[in-house]
Design a binder for this molecule. Structure first.
Ligand code: GSH
Length: 211
């Protein structure tokens, strides 16, 4: 399998976590943001991540997780019964859109549309805390969102939290974007201890972040 990726982006992190968790070997082929030709050739669309498996291109991180599950008989990424599938999809939807308000507030400051002053930073931090509260609550009841072991809901959320838990990836250090996010929007041990520990554990399955 080959993974065409923009390495630090959350949807790419999510797919690498799934590959690492399932123990599937793959070759990562990092892409340059200004050249979409490899994704276009493999999948007729420009975004990453793209998985190429036996010559077939799969795009969209959620579709890639489904493809990996379907191709791996022992995978427990998705549940076996319809009710839990629906429950998983609700968590997954939350992860895909749940942090858009705080990210929007953060990006506005990073790209200079809004002043990065204490008041605006505090407001974005409050939004992030509001939107991660359901996770902390769920993790107080069980080790993962839906049970004892991680599934696609956990992995999707871990990807979405890439910029909100401490990361070690050398390529992320000292970039202005990551500095701003890690300085102001790292979830704290006091306020989100369970989310931090759970997301950090999952992100270690990403060879690029954890390695
Ligand atoms: N729904 C897609 C979204 C893919 C996506 O937005 N990819 C981003 C990286 S996370 C990308 O390639 N962005 C390039 C751009 O917007 O120019 C997924 O989950 O994979």
């Amino acid at each position: 399998m080959q993974l065409l990726s923009l390495q630090p982006s959350p949807n790419n992190v999510k797919v690498r976590v799934a590959l690492g968790y399932l123990g599937i070997p793959y070759e990562e082929v990092p892409q340059r943001p200004n050249d979409r030709s490899a994704m276009m050739a493999a999948t007729n669309q420009p975004l990453t991540p793209v998985l190429v498996h036996d010559g077939i291109g799969v795009f969209d991180s959620a579709a890639i997780l489904r493809h990996l599950h379907a191709a791996t008989p022992e995978s427990t990424l998705f549940p076996q019964d319809p009710d839990n599938m629906r429950k998983l999809e609700r968590w997954e939807m939350g992860a895909r859109y749940g942090l858009k308000d705080s990210l929007g507030q953060s990006y506005a400051m990073i790209f200079g549309r809004v002043e990065a002053n204490d008041e605006n930073i505090k407001a974005a931090q409050q939004t992030l805390l509001r939107d991660t509260a359901p996770l902390e609550k769920a993790l107080a009841k069980r080790p993962c969102l839906m049970g004892d072991t991680p599934n696609a809901a956990d992995i999707t959320w871990a990807g979405a939290l890439t910029y909100h838990v401490g990361l070690n990836a050398p390529a992320l250090r000292n970039t202005p974007f990551f500095d701003f996010m890690s300085t102001h929007f790292t979830l704290s041990e006091e306020e989100r201890p369970l989310v931090r520990a759970w997301a950090s554990r999952l992100l270690q399955f990403d060879a690029w972040i954890g390695g």
